[in-house]
Design a protein around this ligand. Sequence first.
Ligand code: PEP
Length: 253
Amino acid sequence: MASATPRPIVAGNWKMNGTSISLKEIRLLTGMLKGVRLKCDVMVCPPATLLSRVQGLTRSSRIRLGGQDCHDKVSGAHTGDVSADMLSDAGATAVIVGHSERRADHGETDAVVAAKAAAAHKSDLTAIVCIGETLAQRKAGETLRIIGAQLKKSLPASSTATNTVIAYEPVWAIGTGLTPTPAEIRAVHRHIRKGLLRIIGPKAGMRVPVLYGGSVKPGNAEELMAVEDVNGALVGGASLKAADFIGIIKAYT
Ligand code: PEP
């Protein structure tokens, strides 16, 4: 029988970073992971241009691959976009949708994010759905309301315990070196878990991993990953170097 506690995931989001030379970090990471007993899954989300090559290097390792975004259509006249099918074909088993940088840079609404997550599900990809409040919203005491609304509106009806991961990423913590306190993270994750029980159902909602993201580093990973209801991390900057990323993964050894 499947466990009610989600298996943690440590996922690295390379964002718009990485060319051929960065593949050495993947080689280093696969080497560092050999023989290590892990209590989490490890995922790397490189730019789409590197997916196939990273897939070649990680095929016989435990590293899973993810895309950073997908279009909500399978194919068509959408210059520059990548479909969930294309990501799957390149070796991805997951895709990040609704990252706050996509929401800010491309005006993606919760409805757009839900459509992208549904497209990911149709292509058998796990959708890593990102939600998070701005600093102004936190200061105004709006965090839980904003998070609850984003969660409800960003999850499509196709969401299940096996095809959905939530990443709670306070916008003000991304790339800033700032993090909420463990108590603040716990309060939001507990709220997200309650929302999942309502939206996905009491049993399935318990099994959806809820990651924390925002300035996770080797130095704070152990403390942040120990927070109740945190089931792993979505890591930006510190995932670019294997030596830093492994320092975060080690929170789960
Ligand atoms: C992110 O972009 O998803 C992220 C968490 O970035 P960073 O770890 O650099 O704050």
